[in-house]
Write a protein that binds this ligand. Sequence first.
Ligand code: FES
Length: 158
Amino acid sequence: MTDMEFKEKLDKLEHIINEHKNQQGALMPILHETQELFGYLPEEAQQKISEILGISMAEIYGVATFYSRFTLKPRGKHTIGVCLGTACYVKNSQGVIDKVKKELNIEPGDTTDDGLFTLEATRCIGCCGLAPVMTIGEDVYGKIVPEDVPDILKKYQE
Ligand code: FES
Protein backbone atom coordinates (compact mmCIF):
# COMPACT_ATOMS: atom_id res chain seq x y z
CA MET A 1 0.00 0.00 0.00
CA THR A 2 1.34 3.45 -0.90
CA ASP A 3 1.74 6.28 1.64
CA MET A 4 -1.25 7.93 0.06
CA GLU A 5 -3.44 4.84 0.45
CA PHE A 6 -2.24 4.45 4.02
CA LYS A 7 -3.19 8.04 4.79
CA GLU A 8 -6.62 7.59 3.21
CA LYS A 9 -7.18 4.52 5.34
CA LEU A 10 -6.16 6.42 8.46
CA ASP A 11 -8.72 9.11 7.61
CA LYS A 12 -11.35 6.46 7.11
CA LEU A 13 -10.40 4.90 10.41
CA GLU A 14 -10.82 8.23 12.17
CA HIS A 15 -14.34 8.32 10.86
CA ILE A 16 -15.00 4.76 12.07
CA ILE A 17 -13.62 5.51 15.53
CA ASN A 18 -15.80 8.60 15.83
CA GLU A 19 -18.85 6.57 14.86
CA HIS A 20 -18.20 4.04 17.62
CA LYS A 21 -16.66 6.17 20.30
CA ASN A 22 -19.73 6.67 22.44
CA GLN A 23 -20.66 3.01 22.49
CA GLN A 24 -19.73 0.81 25.39
CA GLY A 25 -16.98 -1.63 24.55
CA ALA A 26 -16.11 0.35 21.43
CA LEU A 27 -12.53 -0.91 21.33
CA MET A 28 -13.25 -4.41 20.01
CA PRO A 29 -15.37 -3.41 17.00
CA ILE A 30 -12.90 -0.63 16.19
CA LEU A 31 -9.93 -3.00 16.29
CA HIS A 32 -11.87 -5.42 14.17
CA GLU A 33 -12.55 -2.76 11.53
CA THR A 34 -8.93 -1.61 11.69
CA GLN A 35 -7.76 -5.14 11.01
CA GLU A 36 -10.18 -5.38 8.06
CA LEU A 37 -9.08 -2.04 6.68
CA PHE A 38 -5.29 -2.44 6.85
CA GLY A 39 -4.93 -6.22 7.13
CA TYR A 40 -3.16 -5.62 10.46
CA LEU A 41 -3.09 -3.06 13.29
CA PRO A 42 -0.50 -0.42 12.37
CA GLU A 43 1.00 1.59 15.19
CA GLU A 44 -0.34 4.84 13.69
CA ALA A 45 -3.85 3.37 13.82
CA GLN A 46 -3.39 2.30 17.42
CA GLN A 47 -2.28 5.84 18.24
CA LYS A 48 -5.37 7.31 16.66
CA ILE A 49 -7.61 4.92 18.58
CA SER A 50 -5.77 5.75 21.78
CA GLU A 51 -6.16 9.51 21.25
CA ILE A 52 -9.83 9.51 20.30
CA LEU A 53 -11.04 6.92 22.81
CA GLY A 54 -8.74 8.20 25.54
CA ILE A 55 -7.31 4.79 26.37
CA SER A 56 -3.66 3.92 26.72
CA MET A 57 -1.53 2.34 24.02
CA ALA A 58 -0.68 -0.39 26.55
CA GLU A 59 -4.33 -1.32 26.89
CA ILE A 60 -4.79 -1.48 23.13
CA TYR A 61 -1.65 -3.55 22.80
CA GLY A 62 -2.91 -5.93 25.50
CA VAL A 63 -6.19 -6.52 23.69
CA ALA A 64 -4.54 -6.72 20.26
CA THR A 65 -2.09 -9.40 21.35
CA PHE A 66 -4.66 -11.40 23.34
CA TYR A 67 -6.87 -12.22 20.36
CA SER A 68 -5.28 -14.20 17.57
CA ARG A 69 -7.51 -12.61 14.94
CA PHE A 70 -5.51 -9.39 15.32
CA THR A 71 -2.01 -9.00 13.95
CA LEU A 72 0.45 -6.22 14.65
CA LYS A 73 2.53 -6.70 11.53
CA PRO A 74 1.47 -6.64 7.89
CA ARG A 75 0.79 -10.09 6.57
CA GLY A 76 2.09 -11.63 3.39
CA LYS A 77 -0.01 -12.59 0.40
CA HIS A 78 0.16 -16.25 1.47
CA THR A 79 0.10 -17.49 5.04
CA ILE A 80 2.09 -20.66 5.62
CA GLY A 81 1.03 -22.66 8.65
CA VAL A 82 3.13 -25.53 9.90
CA CYS A 83 1.37 -27.64 12.50
CA LEU A 84 3.37 -28.28 15.64
CA GLY A 85 0.58 -30.30 17.29
CA THR A 86 1.61 -33.62 18.82
CA ALA A 87 0.77 -35.90 15.88
CA CYS A 88 2.64 -33.65 13.46
CA TYR A 89 5.47 -32.99 15.84
CA VAL A 90 6.31 -36.70 16.20
CA LYS A 91 6.41 -36.92 12.40
CA ASN A 92 9.04 -34.17 12.20
CA SER A 93 7.01 -31.05 11.58
CA GLN A 94 9.84 -29.23 13.37
CA GLY A 95 12.08 -30.27 10.49
CA VAL A 96 9.49 -28.92 8.06
CA ILE A 97 9.20 -25.55 9.77
CA ASP A 98 12.99 -25.30 10.06
CA LYS A 99 13.22 -25.86 6.32
CA VAL A 100 10.65 -23.13 5.62
CA LYS A 101 12.54 -20.77 7.94
CA LYS A 102 15.76 -21.48 6.12
CA GLU A 103 14.28 -21.23 2.63
CA LEU A 104 12.54 -17.92 3.30
CA ASN A 105 14.91 -16.58 5.91
CA ILE A 106 12.14 -15.71 8.36
CA GLU A 107 10.96 -16.77 11.80
CA PRO A 108 7.40 -17.76 12.72
CA GLY A 109 5.28 -14.60 12.98
CA ASP A 110 7.35 -12.84 10.32
CA THR A 111 6.67 -11.89 6.73
CA THR A 112 9.16 -12.06 3.89
CA ASP A 113 10.50 -8.72 2.63
CA ASP A 114 8.76 -9.21 -0.71
CA GLY A 115 5.42 -9.49 1.12
CA LEU A 116 4.73 -12.91 -0.36
CA PHE A 117 4.71 -15.16 2.71
CA THR A 118 3.90 -14.99 6.40
CA LEU A 119 5.00 -17.99 8.44
CA GLU A 120 3.06 -19.32 11.40
CA ALA A 121 3.52 -22.26 13.72
CA THR A 122 0.05 -23.60 14.42
CA ARG A 123 -1.59 -26.00 16.83
CA CYS A 124 -3.48 -29.09 15.62
CA ILE A 125 -5.66 -28.19 12.66
CA GLY A 126 -7.59 -31.46 12.75
CA CYS A 127 -5.84 -33.27 9.89
CA CYS A 128 -3.67 -35.50 12.09
CA GLY A 129 -4.08 -38.44 9.67
CA LEU A 130 -2.02 -36.39 7.21
CA ALA A 131 0.76 -35.57 9.67
CA PRO A 132 2.96 -33.68 9.29
CA VAL A 133 0.78 -30.99 7.82
CA MET A 134 1.64 -27.65 6.25
CA THR A 135 -0.98 -25.24 4.91
CA ILE A 136 -0.56 -22.38 2.50
CA GLY A 137 -3.69 -20.27 2.48
CA GLU A 138 -6.49 -22.78 1.92
CA ASP A 139 -4.19 -25.46 0.48
CA VAL A 140 -3.25 -28.39 2.70
CA TYR A 141 -0.06 -30.41 2.21
CA GLY A 142 0.13 -33.64 4.18
CA LYS A 143 2.70 -36.33 4.89
CA ILE A 144 5.49 -34.06 3.77
CA VAL A 145 9.20 -34.16 4.48
CA PRO A 146 11.46 -31.11 4.73
CA GLU A 147 12.87 -31.82 1.28
CA ASP A 148 9.38 -31.22 -0.23
CA VAL A 149 9.29 -27.63 1.01
CA PRO A 150 11.23 -25.85 -1.78
CA ASP A 151 9.05 -27.30 -4.56
CA ILE A 152 5.84 -26.48 -2.70
CA LEU A 153 6.97 -22.89 -2.09
CA LYS A 154 7.94 -22.52 -5.73
CA LYS A 155 4.30 -22.93 -6.78
CA TYR A 156 3.49 -19.70 -4.97
CA GLN A 157 6.55 -17.81 -6.11
CA GLU A 158 5.76 -17.92 -9.80
S1 FES B 1 -1.40 -32.47 15.16
FE1 FES B 1 -1.10 -31.60 13.23
S2 FES B 1 -3.03 -31.74 12.33
FE2 FES B 1 -3.34 -32.57 14.27
